[in-house]
Write a protein that binds this ligand. Structure first.
Ligand code: PHE
Length: 468
């Protein structure tokens, strides 16, 4: 355990965790969910969920991961066995192994499986972004009609080969970074990619805001119409809050196992949520004013980014093809970079588990998972084309993976984390979050403990049952 890797600096740790959170979820899923669910009212509910459920669960996940200093599966097992690394056992029950060890193993196993599943289908969309970045950089979209963009996208994503080639490339890049290790791979990549991502976002936001009619887009984004709030909107908002913060399946638990004792988890969780929300809102600021300035309705669903936007950018910046070219290229580069900072965190869940469980090197573990991910991802991709008649519980293969991760494993994982916090008890939880008493944050930790023990699991459970 002494040899376990660590992030080199606090900034590196925050950027890596924020990189995990900021991803396609912010730039691809968030704007289309916002468009579908009525704009500002959805954003308001989403923000409430981020603050009341997302951040507390994030704090729980990271504090447990750091305390156990192990992969997700072993974290569940160690803590439920009463192997408290804090040496502050306030309750005999806690120091004894849980009689329900199999349940904790189930939770741990589920998160490993979900970590594998999420990377498999996420890589399909990430592969599309690579294709679009390549296309934007070479021939570009200039002069294409809306119908051409639509039919090209449909032809591309149903193609049996091309998307799989891009997906393979994307998974291999991810694996390369993971093999380089925690400090020289994950941390270094995050330190380069996160500032780049913010820079592109700001430049694109300014371009979009300079368009005529931008105000209308901002109104859609920021002026809530409360009549739009329904239970469906609330469910979607909770799903999005979990997905965007990467909580519930052990990504940030694994990252936190590389945190030093000095990281202030409470404060940094708020920082991560803040960065994540700002990026999502900025993505909205890029997309909605541009769409509205050319009279395109923003409720275009998940195809928004791949069908509507190339069009919107060409029309909005049509006066200057060079600007249109640059904006489009920057946008897809942004999407690819964001996908990569998230995908490395997904691969780290399974790599840490396989290499620690079977005592093999990171390189070997990551390479094995890389191959398996490409195979599973290829199945998801083929589900859009030649395998579109194959249904799993009535869903396409891709939708089934998404359902399993975002609507099943993540909420269950959220509840599991709350139960684990409850099991280790308040004194241990307080010690973990106050960095063994060196931080004076008792009030907020008490409130978090109360929320995690009572309110959040019930809330997740209620929404989860509703959703099923
Ligand atoms: N949070 C990432 C995003 O917004 C997605 C993600 C989910 C990352 C689960 C890791 C684990 O795109």
């Amino acid at each position: 355990m002494e040899n376990r890797a660590n992030f080199g600096s606090r900034l590196g740790a925050i950027l890596a965790a924020a990189g995990s959170a900021v991803g396609l979820g912010n730039i691809w899923r968030f704007p289309s969910e916002t468009g579908d669910n009525g704009g500002a009212a959805f954003i308001l509910i989403y923000f409430i969920f981020i603050m009341t459920i997302g951040v507390p669960v994030l704090i729980a996940e990271m504090s447990l991961g750091r305390a156990a200093r192990a992969n997700t599966f072993d974290t569940y097992v160690k803590l439920s066995k009463g192997e408290l690394l804090l040496g502050e056992v306030d309750d005999k029950r806690i120091s004894k192994p849980s009689p329900f060890l199999w349940i904790w193993k189930f939770f741990g196993g589920l998160s490993i499986l979900a970590g594998f599943a999420v990377l498999s289908y996420y890589s399909v969309v990430a592969g599309w972004t690579l294709e679009y970045t390549f296309k934007a950089g070479t021939e570009g979209f200039h002069g294409m009609t809306a119908e051409q963009v639509t039919s090209e996208f449909n032809a591309f994503c149903t193609d049996p080969l091309r998307p799989i080639v891009w997906l393979t490339l994307f998974v291999c890049i991810t694996t390369g970074i993971i093999i380089m290790g925690v400090q020289s791979g994950i941390e270094r990549a995050s330190k380069v990619m996160m500032p780049l991502l913010l820079l592109i976002l700001i430049v694109l936001g300014c371009c979009s805001l300079s368009l005529p009619g931008a105000m209308q887009g901002l109104e859609f984004l920021f002026k809530p119409d409360f009549s739009k709030i329904t239970t469906k909107v609330a469910l979607e908002a909770m799903g999005q809050a979990f997905f965007t913060l990467s909580v519930g399946i052990g990504c940030l638990m694994t990252y936190a196992s590389y945190f030093s004792d000095k990281v202030n988890i409470v404060k940094d969780s708020f920082n991560i949520a803040l960065i994540d929300t700002c990026v999502a809102v900025l993505a909205g600021v890029i997309i909605f004013p541009a769409a509205m300035s050319v009279g395109i309705s923003p409720d275009a669903g998940p195809t928004l980014v791949f069908i509507t936007l190339p069009n919107v950018f060409q029309m909005a910046f049509g006066g200057s093809p060079a600007l249109g070219y640059l904006v489009t290229l920057m946008f897809y580069t942004l999407l690819t970079v964001a996908a990569l900072t998230s995908s490395i965190s997904m691969l780290e869940i399974t790599t840490a588990f396989v290499s620690e469980k079977f005592s093999i090197s990171r390189a070997k573990a990551a390479s094995l998972i890389c191959v398996a991910t490409i195979i599973a991802g290829a199945c998801c991709s083929l589900g859009f084309g030649v395998w579109d008649d194959i249904k799993v519980f009535g869903m396409s293969i891709f939708d089934f993976f998404d359902f399993f991760v975002a609507k099943f494993a993540m909420p269950i994982g959220g509840i599991a984390l709350c139960l684990l916090v409850r099991r280790i008890g308040k004194k241990n939880f307080t010690a973990m979050l106050s960095n063994h008493g060196t931080l004076n944050n008792e009030g907020i930790v008490n409130m978090l403990y109360f929320l995690l023990k009572w309110i959040i699991p019930l809330l997740i459970f209620a929404i989860f049952i509703n959703e099923l």
